[in-house]
Design a binder for this molecule. Structure first.
Ligand code: FES
Ligand SMILES: [Fe+2]
Length: 368
């Protein structure tokens, strides 16, 4: 099943988030990432452009770069020392006089993966018939995602937390995002219920949530209540989540901007890189506030999301039984799925499963 998912979904006609240009701000900066089992190399060239290549040498296919990120003047394949420029051109290949007679150096640059950007967010697709990015995302996504990315996408990387969850990518996709006030004890301790909000289904299994931010009440649990201060200007849009199918979850909550880049590793493993960002225009005080909030509240050891790893694994185990797992909250029909939903409705999950059926070519049995 996992192999078919890789073919139909991860290497098929979907866009996949692999990073943000703020992760490679300077010429020569690079980041490696995997799309399923396919290794990618994201590089900022001398022309300032960010390109995404297959991380594979065009000689014998050796993996070119093994570091997670860094800065290079060029990329050198250690096997037979072929050299590639930051823009992917093959600039040197020792011993080429003895190569096959039709060898032409200019034909052996690193292969580029089809990519597109939205306010600096980098997406790739290996599909042959993937719709243009804006059409694929759906217009419902644009406004929330723009606001989430600071309005203009001029972000600054603060750092990462990287974690491997023992759950397949579907379990991760189905259970990250919508559960905050119910699952997370930190929300209850701080009497921190969101205000008015909505959830909206967009095209292709994509989903948007927005909620008014009701400031948390410090019930004496925190030594330093300034941790939960909100310094942003628009509490009506203080909490936002965008889920791009299949595995990307992006969150703005309080003053945290958190993009979660996920890798489907196997039937039992999903690796998630929690990347935290500030805005380029932030002053030093706001920047420090964002770092403190990000590292203490979100992520695998964050006060308001530390239960995630446990619940992802327990969902994965519990769903191995022959019993039924049903969606309930806000569900009025299993076949007609409205686009406008309440904040914590599970109808949004149903939309994603419908999309999964479509991509995998599965038919619904018995209309339910
Ligand atoms: S495989 Fe890279 S130089 Fe030979
Ligand atoms: Fe969570």
């Amino acid at each position: 099943m996992f192999e078919k998912e890789l073919e139909n979904i991860f290497y098929g006609d979907c866009w996949h988030v692999v990073g943000h240009v703020a992760e490679v701000p300077n010429v020569g900066d690079f980041k490696t990432f995997d799309l399923g089992r396919v290794p990618l190399l994201i590089s900022r060239g001398k022309d300032g452009q960010v390109r995404v290549f297959y991380n594979s040498c065009t000689h014998r296919g050796n993996q070119v770069e093994v570091s997670a990120s860094g800065n290079r003047k060029e990329f050198e394949c250690p096997y037979h020392r072929w050299l590639f420029s930051l823009e992917g051109a093959l600039t040197a290949c020792p011993g080429s006089k003895e190569f096959a007679p039709d060898f032409k150096q200019e034909n052996f640059g690193l292969l580029e993966v089809k990519s597109a950007q939205f306010l600096g967010l980098i997406l790739v697709t290996m599909g042959k018939n993937t719709p243009p990015l804006a059409e694929w995302m759906g217009e419902e996504v644009t406004s929330t995602l723009s606001a989430l990315l600071g309005g203009d996408g001029r972000l600054k990387l603060l750092g990462y937390q990287k974690v491997s969850y023992n759950v397949d990518w579907k379990g991760y996709n189905d259970n990250d995002g919508y559960h905050a006030p119910m699952l997370h004890a930190g929300f209850r301790m701080l009497n921190w219920q969101g205000g008015k909000g909505f959830q909206r289904m967009a095209a292709n299994g994509n989903l948007v949530f927005e909620a008014e931010l009701k400031p948390a009440q410090d019930n004496g649990f925190l030594k330093d209540p300034s941790l939960i201060a909100f310094k942003g200007s628009d509490p009506a849009r203080g909490s936002m989540i965008v889920q791009l199918y299949p595995t990307t979850v992006m969150v703005k909550h309080l003053d945290m901007i958190n993009l979660r880049f996920a890798i489907a590793r196997s039937e039992e493993e999903t690796e998630v890189h929690y990347a935290y960002f500030a805005h380029e225009d932030d002053d030093e005080e706001l920047l420090q506030h964002r770092i403190r909030q990000s590292s203490n509240l979100l992520g695998p050891c964050g006060m308001i999301s530390m239960e995630d790893a446990a619940i992802f694994r327990r969902i994965f185990i519990g769903n191995k039984t022959p019993g039924v797992a049903e969606f309930q909250k806000g569900v009025t029909s299993f076949t007609e799925l409205p686009a406008d939903l309440k904040q914590n409705d599970e109808t949004g999950n149903l939309g994603r499963w419908e999309h999964y059926r479509k991509l995998m070519g599965f038919k619904r049995e018995g209309g339910k």
